[in-house]
Design a protein around this ligand. Structure first.
Ligand SMILES: NC(=O)c1ccc[n+]([C@@H]2O[C@H](COP(=O)([O-])OP(=O)(O)OC[C@H]3O[C@@H](n4cnc5c(N)ncnc54)[C@H](OP(=O)(O)O)[C@@H]3O)[C@@H](O)[C@H]2O)c1
Length: 328
């Protein structure tokens, strides 16, 4: 089968397409999935270039990619038909899910073995052309739940500023903050993305054509916001500390974010950690089905163009999700 692997840390060129990889054997609690599409995330290139904290203990050669959608084609010895049935994961079921970040096996492969706990069935009828969105859902969705619910603990009537409102995580942070009861959600992004931010339910603040800090002050009548959800971090974290209302808190998405400038000022600052779980995957699935989480796929590239996909991702301006077509 075809699979992307890399055997040393480095640039996108270390990603190699193998045509003769062995089909994996599922462990006892694992399911075998024929992958249709794989979602891409900044974590993929941070693992690939070795800069992620997750790369430290990674066994090489390693696969790439964390989230995907596909079809169940088999299972390990601990999962008989009845067990698969009770989980809604019988052979032939369309599924989506996310592999844990410290597993050296990726998902950019025609067939993967993955823990049954890391998968959920895609409910209802799914057209083939809708599969990329499911492939790009699990990692960003679990991150957005962790950020809004576990880390920021957004409460009713709070005001929220999202940096990077049309990125993969940002497109879910906005609807989830509104769902949690936020009274006002502001979101930064390039002016070209303002309309999309509005569609997601937030007030756009174009950072390339305006002074975003002044805009936050204007839109909050000088009060600032209760919560900042900062998916960008690099140029936004420090100035955001001055945009917080009294007692406000900030959540930075990059795992290696330096929170000390906030903590030294007595400001609550945290990085979210993904909590895997079937209940959360099912919640995401319901959010997609109901239209509450309108996650957008901006581009689907064939598996062989993985290096190009990583280059685009590294530019840092992905709109919604970049997805690989593993069948092409
Ligand atoms: N802690 C965790 O468990 C966890 C989990 C998932 C992701 N993450 C991290 O979260 C970050 C975001 O992930 P993602 O998947 O959403 O990335 P992404 O899809 O690549 O989105 C990047 C976003 O950043 C925005 N951006 C770029 N420059 C900006 C600026 N100067 N000001 C404001 N926004 C700017 C872009 O908007 P424009 O295109 O409009 O510029 C885009 O919306 C990454 O660092 C990722 O590693 C952490």
């Amino acid at each position: 089968m075809r699979e992307i692997r890399f055997d040393s840390f480095g640039g996108p060129e270390v990603l190699t397409l193998h045509h003769d990889a062995p089909v994996p054997e599922p462990g006892p609690e694992e399911v075998l999935v024929q992958v249709g599409f794989a979602g891409l995330n900044p974590l993929d290139y941070k693992i690939r270039d070795g800069s992620s904290g997750r790369a430290k203990d990674l066994a090489l050669p390693a696969g790439t990619g964390r989230e995907m959608a596909g079809t169940v084609i088999g299972a390990g010895s601990g999962l008989d038909e009845a067990e698969l049935g009770s989980r809604g994961l019988t052979v032939g079921t369309r599924v989506f899910g996310m592999r844990g970040p410290s597993d050296s096996r990726g998902v950019a492969a025609e067939v993967i073995a993955i823990s049954a706990d890391d998968l959920a069935p895609i409910p209802g009828e799914t057209a083939e052309e809708d599969l990329p969105r499911w492939a790009g859902l699990a990692l960003v969705g679990l991150t957005a739940i962790a950020a809004v619910q576990d880390t920021a603990r957004i409460a009713e009537h709070e005001t929220v500023l999202v940096h990077g409102g049309t990125g993969g995580v940002g497109q879910l942070l906005i609807p989830m903050a509104l769902e949690a009861g936020a009274s006002q959600v502001l979101a930064t992004g390039r002016a070209a993305n303002a309309e999309r931010i509005r569609e997601l339910g937030a007030t756009p603040i174009p950072y390339d054509t305006s002074d975003w800090g002044e805009e936050v002050q204007r839109l909050t009548d000088g009060r600032g916001v209760d919560v900042v959800l900062d998916t960008h971090y690099h140029s936004t974290f420090l100035p955001s500390l001055d945009q917080l209302a009294d007692g406000g808190r900030i959540v930075a998405l990059p795992s290696l974010a330096d929170l000390s400038p906030a903590l030294e000022r007595g400001i609550e600052a945290r990085v979210p950690s993904i909590v895997p779980g079937r209940d959360r995957l099912d919640r995401l699935a319901q959010g997609i089905r109901s239209g509450r989480y309108p996650l957008e796929v901006s581009e689907v590239l064939p598996l062989a163009q993985i290096a190009e996909a990583h280059r685009r991702l590294e530019e840092g301006h992905t709109r919604g999700k970049l997805v690989l077509d593993v069948r092409a």
